[in-house]
Design a protein around this ligand. Structure first.
Ligand code: KG4
Ligand code: ZN
Length: 333
């Protein structure tokens, strides 16, 4: 019954989790609020906050899991992709912990871990399955052949889906991160109120930068014609933007599932918390006869539970790294 300590520090959440025999026993997430007033994550501030948060987060994870540090069999950490300074904090902590306790060290790819979050709880998808991974930094269509055998079928050519939400929110005058706020306002709006353009990108790649520009010009023009437009129609704008982002994502997902010939279809990453995406995927799945897999909210955004689970499967495979391992800002799935 391996006990794994998972550490996540790739962006602006410091997280520590404990898994015992592949079951999550604790998942502590320390959010960083220092970035709000800057309208985005400030890397240097993120690294400093990780340094402050990491030891309390690990101690709490160990306490809540009701284990002792001597019980931990291995430590798994996010090696990348992410902010280098932030990754360094988690990597250095994990290395020191493994060295001090004479236990193996396991490196984890953050994007793979988002996908492997589907193995935290039953029911789990069957290999091969398709996963749309949508976060603040990535938008990827991945064919998952095995725990660590993944093929990238398509990705964004510019902004990520989360960025499309966050940058739109900024245009609309909403604070960072705006994705969850657009989701909330969209629930009271009319998604058919405004028609934003769907980019025509060949194959299974995505693009969101044209949509962002279209929204900016739309808002500027309407405000000029009728000052106060933005405030009075905020809910309808949010609903219409969300509807377009979701349709861009699901049209490609549908095409990828047809081409790959799979029926198990999953979403992962921060944007998979979006209620419009979750509901539309369920409807589409029923229509096409897919088995749809959607993570619980707490496993959508960045968390160490997914790192511990990925670590558990690497532990079983004996896939360890040495003390010379270094974090990677870019790390392909
Ligand atoms: O996976 P994640 O926590 O961090 C990265 O690895 O990037 O994803 C964060 C992204 C942010 O862009 C945030 O706005 C978006 O996920 N997000 C949402 C929602 N919840 C989080 N976007 C739309 N609707 C949501 N409910
Ligand atoms: Zn993430």
């Amino acid at each position: 019954m391996p006990v794994i300590l998972g550490i996540e520090s790739s962006c602006d959440e410091t997280s520590a989790a404990i898994s015992i025999d592949g079951k999550i026993r604790s998942n502590i997430i320390a959010n960083q609020t220092v970035h709000e007033k800057f309208g985005g994550v400030v890397p240097e501030l993120a690294s400093r906050a990780h340094q402050q948060n990491i030891i309390p987060a690990v101690e709490q994870a160990i306490r809540e899991a009701k284990v002792h540090k001597n019980d931990i069999d291995a430590v798994a950490f996010t090696r990348g992709p992410g902010l280098l300074g932030s990754l360094l904090v988690g990597t250095s902590f994990a290395k020191a912990f493994a060295l001090a306790r004479h236990i193996p060290l396991i490196e984890v790819n953050h994007m793979q871990a988002h996908i492997l979050a589907h193995f935290i709880e039953e029911p789990v998808p069957e290999f091969p399955f398709l996963c749309l991974t949508v976060s603040g930094g990535h938008t990827q269509l991945v064919l998952v052949k095995d725990y660590f055998k993944m093929e990238l079928l398509g990705q964004t050519l510019d902004d990520a889906a989360g960025e499309a939400f966050d940058k739109t929110a900024k245009i609309l005058g909403l604070p960072y991160p705006g994705g969850p706020l657009i989701d909330r306002y969209a629930q009271q709006g009319n998604a058919k109120a405004f028609a934003f353009p769907e980019p025509q990108i060949p194959g299974l790649n995505f693009s969101f930068s044209g949509l962002k520009t279209a929204i900016l010009y739309f808002v500027q023009q309407k405000e000029q014609e009728a000052p106060g437009f933005l405030q009075s129609r905020l809910h309808d704008i949010c609903a219409s933007v969300q509807e377009r982002i979701v349709s861009i994502l699901l049209n490609k997902l549908r095409r990828a599932a047809e081409e790959a010939g799979v029926r198990d279809v999953a979403i992962a990453g921060g944007v998979s918390a979006n209620s419009g995406l979750r509901n539309s995927l369920i409807t589409l799945g029923e229509h096409l006869g897919w088995r749809v897999f959607i993570p619980r909210f707490e496993y959508c955004t960045d968390n160490a539970a997914m790192i511990a689970i990925a670590g558990h499967h690497k532990y079983r495979a004996g896939d360890f790294v040495g003390q010379d391992v270094a974090p990677l800002a870019r790390y392909s799935v």
